[in-house]
Design a protein around this ligand. Structure first.
Ligand code: NDP
Length: 384
């Protein structure tokens, strides 16, 4: 039996992970489950899985969580400090599935245990970059990529030397607006943006997919996870989302990982690593039924996000954290109906032009850059 903590247990990745854990209950002991404010669902999951501790990040929800868990021996806690404490409780595996830079401090705490961290929370790695990879190295932590593209690359690399890699190619679905004109993009609504054609995901990543910031963040994520150098990373649009990414070797061989658009596949790959496990996906991949797999170059005029991310990756230091924070603020404003779709990328670019911090060397410095970038983004949105 192995122990597991799930940070962001109530989200899309969290519930898909728990779906797999539920199917092999006898193999897992659940340590910590966390959420932000969804106390009812968190308490329900904590009861079902007999968690040791349940934590909501929203400190105002502590009483409600305590009440929901009264008398059954599950610890209840709230606030950012409690989140970090929960992530520090010994667990063989931690699934980092909080959305946004809010997941950074608890993910770092989980990494410091020196066990296995399965990373879905790309914003944490994009923001912290070398600060996170240095902690992974220091503690000898196994960092497993749960993001489908990075999980695909991880599988295609299968222990090969990075020196033998000619290209790592990230595939992108292109999102719901991939065929829209610039004029049409200006009218895109939040309801349209969260309706991804292939994947069922949380609201923030769905908008990121529509703007292509998701692929931009993944580009920076790949740079840190697979250090082959920025010049050997590229992005290709693949509307069917069947090929999840590819690695081309110097001998001309290209390995690709294919599968359905269901996050339980890469999640299962992490949970069972280095072995394999069953998933409840009944249908085998039927390429004859799919018929065609198509590919095209990204259009960085309609979707500037990948260009901005590539430039941020090249600049390095604190710049990716600025890009991420500005995007989080802009996406929240878009989801709240305060700005139009094309202003998301425009806001990020404006913030990048205004704020160029020195490279952060520690977690608190990354968080300070994140906070300042959010303030600059808020000022940009307010027209200041
Ligand atoms: P969701 O929005 O579905 O879930 C987010 C989770 O994080 C919820 O448990 C939520 O709690 C919690 N949360 C939100 N805000 C905070 C906060 N401020 N502090 C602590 N916890 C918080 O997101 P997804 O599951 O879609 O995505 C999670 C991460 O995984 C993201 O980084 C995303 O980019 C990445 N990812 C997601 C994929 C997907 O298919 N969904 C695919 C690949 C990567 P509550 O429910 O209480 O709000």
């Amino acid at each position: 039996m192995r122990s597991i903590s799930i940070l962001g247990a109530t989200g899309s990745i969290g519930t898909s992970t728990l779906d797999l854990v539920r199917r092999s209950r006898d193999q897992w002991r659940v340590v910590a489950l966390t959420a932000n404010g969804n106390v009812g669902e968190l308490a329900r999951l904590a009861r079902e899985f007999g968690a040791e501790v349940a934590v909501c990040a929203d400190g105002t929800k502590l009483e409600a969580l305590r009440e929901a868990l009264a008398g059954i021996g599950i610890d209840a806690a709230a606030g950012e400090g409690a989140l970090v404490e929960a992530a520090s409780r010994p667990a063989d595996m931690t699934v980092a599935a909080i959305v946004g830079c809010a997941g950074l401090a608890p993910t770092m705490a989980a990494i410091a245990q020196g066990k296995t961290v399965a990373l879905a929370n790309k914003e944490a790695l994009v923001s912290a970059g070398e600060v996170m990879t240095a902690l992974v190295a220091k503690h000898g932590t196994t960092l497993l990529p749960m993001d489908s593209e990075h999980n695909a690359i991880f599988q295609c690399l299968a222990g090969s030397s990075h020196k033998d890699v000619r290209w790592i190619t990230l595939t992108a679905s292109g999102g719901p607006f991939r065929d829209w004109s610039l004029e049409q993009l200006q009218t895109a609504t939040a309801a349209q943006a969260v309706k991804h054609p292939n994947w069922d995901m949380g609201a923030k990543i769905s908008v990121d997919s529509a703007t292509m910031f998701n692929k931009g963040l993944e580009f920076i994520e790949a740079y840190h996870l697979f250090p082959v150098g920025l010049d050997r990373l590229r992005i290709i649009v693949h509307p069917q989302s069947i090929v999840h990414s590819m690695v081309e070797y110097r001998d001309g061989s290209t390995l690709a990982q294919l599968g359905p658009s269901d996050m339980r596949v890469p999640i299962a790959s992490c949970l069972a690593h280095p072995a394999r496990m069953d998933t409840p996906l009944a249908d085998t991949l039927d390429l004859a039924a799919i018929g065609e797999l198509t590919f095209r170059a990204p259009d960085e005029v309609r979707f500037p996000a990948t260009r901005l991310a590539r430039e941020a990756a090249r600049a390095g230091g604190g710049i990716p954290a600025v890009l991420n924070a500005a995007n989080e603020v802009a996406v929240a404003a878009f989801l709240a109906g305060q700005i139009g779709f094309t202003r998301i990328a425009a806001t990020v670019e404006a913030v990048l032009n205004r704020y160029a911090p020195a490279a952060p060397a520690a977690l608190d410095e990354v968080l300070a850059v994140d906070a300042e970038a959010r303030a600059v983004a808020a000022a940009v949105l307010a027209g200041g």
